[in-house]
Design a binder for this molecule. Structure first.
Ligand code: NAG
Ligand code: NAG
Ligand code: NAG
Length: 318
């Protein structure tokens, strides 16, 4: 072969490699997990991974809470709300909320997955046997049984309850009505979801230990990353997470999800006695990054109008 031809062949090979082998594979435009909650008009940002929603918590941004789509704007039973003593109707007697487990069967999950969805961290659980999943009923839920599905966090708190300024962290444990097959199916139903909200005031005290699920955060700093913990026993026990050692005082009302599409399918159970979280845990959470490479410094929706809804206080019966 003459030199010229050889060079041509070589050049073509390089072009081929560049075009078909080194070329980046187009990002699969996977559907967001909660796609059905997002108004169809919500634009996905260009040239970014799409597995998150284009909304933020900046009041002056076009994607800020005032401009969230669909029910977020048109709804009349939105969350969070501001809870003031004297506003609620006191329920002193049974039925008080019963957090029921079959304690003989109750087991910790086999795997805990944590995902940075661009707005914070969501923890989901895989159980060996689904009959051992924690369940709740009673109180505002009546006889309906709700299964535990996942939890996530907002900072600072979303619901405001006296300690507005000092409430650093609100943990939401999402449960779905077990008459529906999955969380996704339940999300669209008026009686679909029950969310337990736990409130935390931050402290520097050295006597407190880190919340067990916080150390996982360092593995998911970048948006769209996921980390599995296969020794969940050491990080997650439902009883411990909801601090069941103390019988909870619970404020309940009917409201919505606090993220787009804000569907009005949530029975809220707010455990109003605050717990403590280490300031260093809060710093760790604020290391999480959004898709624009900014730290998620806050992700709390502003309070929404009550619009005449009833708010109930359930106190322990014994
Ligand atoms: C909030 O949005 C406005 C308008 O887009 C922008 O100028 C400002 O920098 C944003 N603030 C933060 C903290 O991102
Ligand atoms: C447990 O429930 C989950 C979520 O509904 C489901 O994906 C999984 O297959 C179930 N596992 C078993 C062992 O039934
Ligand atoms: C809650 O549990 C108590 C004590 O076991 C029981 O008496 C009561 O009927 C239960 N309430 C509901 C709503 O299940």
């Amino acid at each position: 072969m003459d030199r010229k031809l050889l060079r041509l062949v070589f050049l073509l090979m390089i072009l081929f490699v560049k075009k078909f082998i080194l070329m980046p594979i187009p990002q699969e435009t996977t559907q967001p997990e909660e796609a059905e909650l997002v108004d169809e008009t919500t634009k996905k940002p260009d040239s970014r991974p799409v597995k998150y929603y284009k909304y933020n918590y900046n009041d002056s941004s076009p994607d800020g809470p005032k401009s969230w789509p669909g029910m977020c704007t048109t709804g009349v039973k939105q969350s969070p709300i501001s809870i003031t003593p004297g506003q609620y109707l006191r329920k002193t007697s049974n039925p008080t909320i019963n957090i029921t487990f079959d304690s003989a069967n109750f087991k910790n999950p086999k795997t805990v997955k944590v995902i940075n969805n661009g707005h914070g961290a969501t923890y989901t659980f895989i159980y060996d046997d689904n009959s051992t999943v924690p369940k709740i009923s009673g109180g505002i839920l009546g006889k309906e049984v709700y299964e535990f599905a996942s939890f996530h966090m907002h900072w600072p708190c979303e619901h405001s309850f006296i300690l507005t300024d000092s409430c650093a962290l609100e943990v939401h444990l999402v449960h779905f009505n077990s008459k529906y097959k999955t969380l996704d199916e339940a999300k669209g139903k008026p009686d679909g979801l029950a969310v337990i909200a736990l409130l935390y005031v931050s402290t520097y005290t050295s006597e407190l230990t880190t919340l067990p699920y916080i150390p996982m955060i360092k593995n998911i700093i970048e948006p769209n990353t996921e980390y599995d913990e296969i020794d969940p026993l050491k990080i997650f026990n439902y009883h411990d997470v909801i601090h069941l050692k103390v019988a909870p005082r619970i404020v309940s009302y009917k409201g919505s999800l606090t993220t787009p599409g804000c569907s009005e399918t949530v029975s809220w159970l707010i455990f109003v006695t605050p717990h403590l979280v280490l300031e260093s845990d809060m710093r760790q959470l604020k290391e999480l990054k959004d898709p624009y490479n900014n730290k998620v410094l806050r992700n709390n929706r502003p309070v929404q109008p009550l619009n005449g809804r009833s708010v109930y206080l359930y106190v322990p019966y014994n």
